[in-house]
Design a protein. Structure first.
Length: 224
């Protein structure tokens, strides 16, 4: 029984990491990174990849642990966040699932205008192309679902923090080796992976929406 808390941390990690991976979609992001930094030296691209990973980690951690309190300050309930966030994420996944090529072309076109900016790591490569509004909404929803019991909160914090660390590491690896990734997958492989990630994103959005509807209707049905 002593290992049950650790198992809870693993369960939280297995919930958080796939959700963050699907919404961040570092594989398609690596192609955008490759296009934006094409004129940079290999050393500069490596530095930018590390910065993007670090900035993305900060964004995810801030959303995971401060997002719920910011919402509370503005009087926004967790149920409202889950319903609104679920709709936004599901629609984003649906759009990406149906028109992935147009979606990526639009993002690359927007990023191209910032190619000559001195520091592109924070904007636009981190925000909005790596950890944009969708990532923030998912991270806030994940963090807001933390347990109320202090003992369980520590393991929840460990699991979610580990998922953010792992996601930042994945971002760095994919961006750092964007050229090799492009050679390995090719255009067809990239489109296939993007569609799979889009479908997972659609499912995650629907799941978040279901949780929000349950939060709203649960007390009403229990009172009948």
């Amino acid at each position: 029984m002593a290992d049950l808390p650790f198992i809870e941390a693993v369960r939280v990690f297995l919930l958080g990491f796939p959700a963050l991976f699907s919404i961040v979609n570092p594989i398609s992001g690596a192609f955008i990174f490759r296009g934006v930094t094409a004129s940079r030296t290999e050393r500069e691209r490596g530095m930018i990849a590390r910065r993007v990973a670090l900035y993305s980690f900060v964004v995810m951690m801030g959303s995971l642990w401060a997002g719920a309190y910011i919402l509370a300050f503005f009087g926004i309930t967790l149920a409202a966040l889950r319903v609104a966030g679920g709709v936004v994420v599901a629609l984003s996944g649906w759009h990406m699932l149906n028109t992935p090529e147009q979606h990526e072309e639009r993002k690359q076109g927007e990023a191209a205008s910032a190619e000559g900016v001195e520091d592109v790591a924070l904007f636009p490569l981190t925000i909005p192309f790596t950890t944009g509004p969708g990532t923030i909404a998912v991270a806030v929803a994940l963090g807001a679902g933390h347990p109320k019991v202090l003992g369980e909160l520590g393991w929840f914090f460990l699991g979610m923090t580990a998922s953010a660390v792992a996601m930042a590491a994945v971002i760095w690896i994919f961006y750092h080796y964007a050229d090799r990734l492009a050679e390995m997958t090719g255009p067809g492989g990239s489109r296939t992976i993007s569609r799979i990630a889009a479908f997972l994103l659609l499912c995650i959005g629907v799941q978040i929406l279901i949780r929000g509807v349950e939060d709203v209707l649960g007390p009403m049905l229990a009172g009948r």
